[in-house]
Write a new protein. Structure first.
Length: 194
């Protein structure tokens, strides 16, 4: 029975459940992109017009919700960055483009900072994005070293650390102006090139 005393059909319930799940997904995408993956679930629920319990009923909690939206929140931007870099023939330009694009994504999307820091290691979707990014970092550094465009002592681990340290700084430090941030990207690139 519904609140009005009418019988609630299973198809009506399924439609309501689907609508709630869609509303939660849309609210989570917006909240996670702008505020990171740690945004309180109460905020997501409020934006979706549902209770926090509904998030748990539909997605099992934060990890399930992250996995349900991580493609839209982060992967839709990370994969094109990697594809653009792979399309650049000159390895030095590929390195500059990739590092600049990743730092830009870190600056614009708090959720990507959480992915870089593996804030939720129990999320298979988040861990998979880290693996994809890490594999490309390794591939890029190997190509750049072979082409002689990187310092001889610069390794794939160093690139991982540079990008992770930048994520830590953005998450826990003061957020610089965009102008200062971009200027520091140039310093970073100049410091690692041969």
């Amino acid at each position: 029975m519904s609140a009005t005393g009418e019988a609630t059909s299973p198809s009506r319930l399924r439609a309501d459940a689907r609508r709630n799940a869609d509303q939660i997904r849309r609210a989570a995408i917006d909240a996670f992109q702008d505020n990171g993956l740690s945004v309180p679930l109460e905020e997501v629920a409020k934006a979706a017009g549902v209770s926090k319990a509904t998030i748990f009923n539909r997605f099992g909690g934060r990890i399930g919700l992250i996995d349900a939206v991580i493609e839209e929140v982060v992967a839709t931007e990370l994969h094109p960055i990697i594809d653009r870099a792979r399309a650049i023939d000159d390895v030095g330009e590929r390195l500059v483009g990739y590092v600049s694009d990743i730092r830009d994504l870190q600056y614009r999307r708090s959720a990507f900072v959480d992915v870089m820091l593996q804030t939720y290691p129990d999320s298979p979707g988040l861990v998979e994005l880290c693996r994809v990014g890490g594999d490309f970092n390794d591939e890029l550094v190997a190509a750049a070293r072979a082409a002689g465009v990187l310092r001889e002592d610069f390794t794939a681990s160093d690139l991982h650390a540079l990008l992770r340290d930048n994520a830590l700084s953005l998450k826990h430090g003061g957020r610089p102006s965009r102008e200062d941030y971009d200027r520091r990207t140039v310093f970073t690139l100049e410091g690692i090139r041969a």
